[in-house]
Design a protein around this ligand. Structure first.
Ligand code: 13P
Ligand code: SF4
Length: 363
């Protein structure tokens, strides 16, 4: 994605956390009803504490769409989420990403040019009109527009199985991108046979497959992945099972299939929060998702034992780019009537991407 973040000037913003927090609180008060701060669950605490609303990507997209009265939406998350919010909000609303370098490596693994090329190749060995494209919400607006234009849908980690079912009822095959693992985990959960699930390797002719393999496939998976969730392994699952036979293991579906298969449960960040929060006192959990969420769950549930599934800190470094000083900088500017770091999607792309997003919200 490679968006540039302007230098905010270190002197005014290089201050102790408590000073920045006080200043952010004051700016929020000044902006009052004009402002909505949305925070994804992976945000660091120093930012998350200022959220008006929190959620996983599906919930945040719904919040953005529902808050039609807020002229300024400060999105503490990553770029593709801010793009979705811009598509779902009105023309008079500005969606602001405090640090424009907050992208998602997985979303960057599917550029619209390479997906369009792959689509053409698929059409050479099968009937493209019988293929339904499905993109994970972790993708650029241009990719969502590509999907909208071809009667496909967006999905999130909360509804991937439902969207996949919808797509398979409408076509012979699904082309799923960018996340191989969410696609595979959802396809396996729906009972699709392993030989009907095919991997499309980026940059290879026919994704490294024969025409025959493609013709037999039901689900074709782009080989993108999340650099954070790939850090959890089957060895971590075994380690916990040996250490504590009573521990419950819950993981995000962006983890490899062997990790999901070894876990007790899997689900989106919202599902993970619900499962842990609703469990009885004394429960013990090993959680395979981003560390800021795991630590927050541990703090919020002192009556339970909560650990990361991995002994190492699995941090989403791009989510982590949203620092209090950048949040303060955009709010300072809003008070002065200056909108900095607005994320906009051009109207042509937004119109087509909205078709794919609305389809998801309707499924
Ligand atoms: P959720 O849809 O669970 O919020 O996941 C978004 C994400 O980026 C996870 O890596
Ligand atoms: Fe992207 Fe993974 Fe970070 Fe989510 S956790 S924003 S998928 S890199």
């Amino acid at each position: 994605m490679g968006l540039h973040q302007v230098d905010i000037g270190s002197d005014a913003y290089q201050q102790p956390g408590e000073v920045l927090a006080e200043r952010i609180g004051a700016r929020k008060k000044e902006l009052g009803n004009k402002l909505l701060v949305l925070c994804h669950h992976y945000q660091q605490e120093a930012v998350y504490r200022f959220a008006d609303m929190t959620g996983d990507s599906l919930k945040l997209a719904k919040h953005a769409a529902a808050c039609t009265d807020k002229p300024y939406i400060v999105f503490c998350g990553v770029h593709f989420m801010a793009e979705s919010a811009d598509i779902l909000t009105g023309d008079s609303q500005a969606v602001i990403l405090p640090d424009l370098r907050a992208g998602c490596p997985m979303a960057d693994m599917a550029q619209v040019e390479e997906v369009s090329w792959a689509w053409k190749e698929l059409g050479q060995v099968s009937d493209a009109s019988r293929i339904i494209p499905v993109t994970y919400v972790n993708s650029s607006a241009a990719i969502k527009a590509f999907v909208g234009e071809r009667n496909g849908s967006v999905c999130t980690s909360s509804n991937a199985e439902r969207v996949l079912t919808w797509a398979l009822e409408r076509g012979e095959k699904v082309f799923f991108f960018p996340d191989e693992h969410l696609g595979r985990n959802s396809a396996v959960a729906l009972g699709i046979k392993p030989e009907e699930i095919v991997l499309w390797k980026r940059g290879e002719h026919l994704g490294g497959n024969s025409g025959e393999t493609i013709r037999r496939a039901k689900v074709i998976l782009w080989n993108g992945y999340c650099t954070v969730h790939m850090q959890f392994s089957a060895a971590h699952v075994r380690m916990w099972r040996e250490k504590d036979p009573a521990v419950k293991i819950i993981v995000h579906p962006e983890c490899r299939h062997e990790v999901v298969a070894g876990a007790d449960r899997y689900g989106s960040t919202e599902n993970i929060i619900r499962a842990v929060t609703d469990s009885p006192a004394g429960s013990r959990w090993a959680i395979g998702t981003e560390i800021n969420l795991v630590k927050r769950l541990a703090r919020q549930n002192p009556d339970k034992e909560i650990h990361s599934l991995s002994p190492f800190q699995c941090l989403c470094s791009t989510m982590y780019r949203i620092k209090p000083k950048y949040l303060l900088w955009v709010l300072d500017n809003l008070v002065e009537g200056e909108v900095k770091n607005q994320v906009t999607v051009d109207p042509g792309t937004a119109k087509l991407a909205r078709i794919a997003l609305d389809r998801m919200l309707a499924i």
